[in-house]
Write a protein that binds this ligand. Structure first.
Ligand code: AHM
Ligand code: MG
Length: 420
């Protein structure tokens, strides 16, 4: 039911231009192109126009998704998924905040190492479980892949094979017959910083699920047949197949930033009402900037085009002639969030030791690139559009540089010139 129908007394006119048609994204915005990259299909998503807005709550994420679903029936199935993601983000936000209290025992290491050889923090596992359960109970998910899971998890088979124990034992996990999706996520990116209270975030990508895929419920890892393994390949799609991407940032405020392929929407958690409220309806990254954001300690190990471009920005001898500042949190969601709002170039390039850098393609690189491109920025490995790369394995790493169009293009040009 529309808020307008429920709370007519709270309706207030929005500022004249806040949600006017001139401020909403064009229906068919194309993603920016690299010279070497083919054009992505145009999104047909219809963008809601909020003629009436509740003066107290503004446009909540729930209302936003309801209206998207009304205008775009083909996206209606995403509604409950994003309801669950929003709720999980609120719960993770609380968990991260409370972790600093002396009575909390959620900081520090779990004592386990994930498949990528990284020590898992207690919060990595808590937030992974939280998000996994929230998504699972929507009944809309076929498979998920997470930074904290060794292999993709087939939720349909898992639900049928092993009902949850404890307080959930009585409740059946509903796997709806309707459309299913694949979710890829990093539940708590930047968690190595969390003990120091530094911002962290959750990154999520949503793909379509191939309904042809029926997995044997007993199939686990190497026991899967080739056909079954192919089913798990549902997770190994390139960023161009993403239906939606979002991140939650846990910082001075909790933010929820979303793209459904037609612009970027930023919501801020209003803790007094427990709702994400639309705070930036059409995020556009400035086309040029004076900020770069890299772990500069690795500069000696970067390749020549990367090193020389950053050197030019540092000394004010690049294309714009501006002398750049350095800003680096070391927490991707926070660094990308600032880059979207202030402009800049963020990245984790490859280096001599790690030619593919550090960031993971599937659940970090692709969803964040989708958001960046939808805000008018670019995302590249230096030689290739990140969105075009199809992962071969779930935890594949990718060198990545993203941000303001003109500056990232300057870097791409340096790589192109170096090839000649
Ligand atoms: P994580 O997924 O294990 O948290 O690692 C990813 C994080 C990113 O948030 C951040 O951009 C990068 O690692 C920082 O790495 P470094 O400490 O090498 O600069
Ligand atoms: Mg991560």
């Amino acid at each position: 039911m529309k808020i307008a129908a429920v709370l007519p007394l709270l309706l207030a006119a929005v500022p004249a231009n806040a949600f006017s048609p001139s401020h909403r994204p064009a229906f068919a915005r194309t993603s920016p192109l690299h010279a070497t990259v083919e054009s992505p299909p145009k999104s047909k998503m219809k963008v809601p126009v909020f003629d009436e807005v509740c003066g107290t709550t503004g446009v909540s994420l729930t209302r936003f998704m309801d209206e998207v679903a009304m205008l775009n029936p083909e996206l209606a199935e995403l509604n409950s998924l994003f309801g669950a993601i929003g709720t999980a983000c609120k719960a993770i936000s609380n968990t991260v905040k409370r972790s600093q209290l002396p009575s909390s025992e959620t900081l520090g290491y779990q004592g386990a190492v994930n498949i990528q050889g990284e020590d898992q923090k207690k919060l990595d596992l808590i937030t992974n479980d939280l998000l996994k359960r929230a998504l699972r109970f929507t009944g809309k998910l076929g498979v998920l892949a997470s930074e904290e899971e060794d292999v993709p998890v087939d939720l349909i088979a898992e639900a049928e094979a092993s009902p949850l124990s404890g307080s959930w034992a009585q409740s059946e996990i509903v796997v709806e017959q309707g459309e299913k999706f694949v979710a890829v996520f990093d539940p708590l990116d930047g968690s190595s910083n969390v003990d120091a209270g530094i911002p962290t975030g959750t990154i999520i990508g949503i793909y379509q699920y191939d309904e042809e895929c029926i997995l044997d419920e007993d199939c686990v890892g190497d026991e899967c047949t080739e056909q079954e393994a192919k089913c798990l390949d549902n997770t190994l799609q390139s960023g161009t197949n993403l239906v939606a991407a979002a991140y939650c940032l846990y910082s001075s405020s909790t933010f929820f930033t979303l793209t459904l392929g037609n612009g970027v929407y930023m919501f801020t958690l209003d803790e007094s009402i427990g709702e994400f409220v639309l705070s930036k309806p059409d995020v556009r990254i400035p086309e040029k900037s004076k900020i770069y954001s890299f772990n500069e300690a690795n500069i000696d190990m970067w390749d020549a085009p990367m090193r020389s471009t950053v050197e030019k920005w540092r000394t004010g001898t690049g294309v714009s002639g501006a002398r750049f500042s350095s800003r680096y949190i070391g927490s991707m969601v926070g660094d990308v969030h600032r880059t979207l709002l202030y402009g800049g170039v963020f990245g984790y390039p490859g280096d001599e030791k790690n030619p593919n850098g550090k960031l993971r393609l599937l659940y970090e690189g692709a969803p964040m690139s989708f958001i960046m491109e939808q805000a008018g920025g670019l995302s590249t490995t230096g030689t290739e559009r990140v969105m075009n790369i199809k992962p071969e394995v779930v935890h594949q790493r990718v060198p990545m540089i993203m941000g303001s169009k003109d500056d990232v293009q300057e870097l791409i040009n340096a790589y192109t010139a170096a090839k000649k």
